[in-house]
Write a protein that binds this ligand. Structure first.
Ligand SMILES: [Zn+2]
Length: 274
């Protein structure tokens, strides 16, 4: 998040308002890289997990999704990581194991053993786990999900490309892991980065849910193939993480929605111009 978003949210947190806001439900936390010059430091990650545990009971993502509108499940959380980086196995997995916590790791199937080439020029290169590294993760503790095949936006794709990013992603990961792969997260994952056709294709490919990167502390059952998440970013101190968990950032969901509507309107306007 940018600095001004953090400042507005800090002011909101100070009012005590978030505590009485609606929007509390089973919550999915999202991480990317741990360690390195632009990842979350391992000690910070450990402290964030401790904080999360004071507020929520952490369960596997599939279990959380099955109780998405269950009023008795409002204290649940699931932990997710996107991109399948080597640092997940080296730094995050031991911390999760020591805390006896479950997490889901979303892997771009066609990039196994490569790196985050999609971030070239914007972020430091991070290696992605190879097949052997994925197989070494404890399946009891770490569920591996799909994150597309090429880590591309799954929007307005032709039928062949859409199949590669969904069915192809699942088949390739199942070939590598020799077990079923049922969970999915859209690369990039904002509303403009996947469309309704992508949601249908992910469901038809046999996945049982899909995560977006749209901000939100809860989702509805009808959003099962575009679940909201709470992203924890490098640079978030514990006060920011607490504010995100407690609702002071809930307004960001509206900001994202308005931004998406504005972009749609702009492209419709541009398309209508002679
Ligand atoms: Zn990604």
């Amino acid at each position: 998040m940018t600095g001004w978003v953090d400042r507005v949210s800090a002011m909101l947190a100070a009012t005590g308002l978030p505590a009485i806001l609606p929007g509390r439900g089973p919550l999915i936390v999202m991480y990317h890289g741990i360690g390195g010059s632009d990842g979350i430091a391992p000690d910070d990650f450990r402290a964030q997990l401790e904080l999360l545990r004071t507020r929520r009971r952490i369960v596997p993502l599939a279990e959380l999704a099955d109780r998405i509108e269950d009023p008795a499940a409002v204290d649940l959380a699931a932990i997710t990581f996107d991109d399948g980086y080597v640092d997940f196995a080296e730094l995050a997995a031991p911390i999760l194991a020591a805390a006896d916590l479950h997490a889901t790791l979303f892997v771009p199937a066609g990039r196994v053993g490569r790196s985050n080439e999609w971030d070239a020029g914007q972020r430091e290169p991070r290696p992605i786990l190879d097949a052997e590294g994925l197989r070494r993760l404890d399946p009891e503790r770490i569920e591996i999900g799909g994150h597309g095949f090429n880590h591309r936006r799954i929007v307005a794709l032709d039928r062949e490309a859409l199949a590669e990013e969904t069915v192809g992603c699942r088949r390739e990961l199942e070939r590598v892991l020799e077990r079923p792969v049922k969970l999915f997260a859209y690369p990039f994952g904002q509303r403009g980065d996947f469309d309704a056709e992508a949601e249908r294709a992910v469901a038809a490919a046999g996945f049982v849910l899909a995560c977006s990167t749209c901000f939100g502390r809860s989702s509805r059952e009808r959003e099962r193939f575009r679940l909201r998440r709470v992203g924890i970013e490098p640079g978030d101190d514990l006060a920011i993480v607490a504010a995100k968990l407690d609702g002071a950032y809930d307004w960001v969901a509206w900001k994202e929605r308005a931004g998406h509507a504005l972009r749609l309107a702009q492209s419709a306007f541009a398309a209508g111009r002679p």
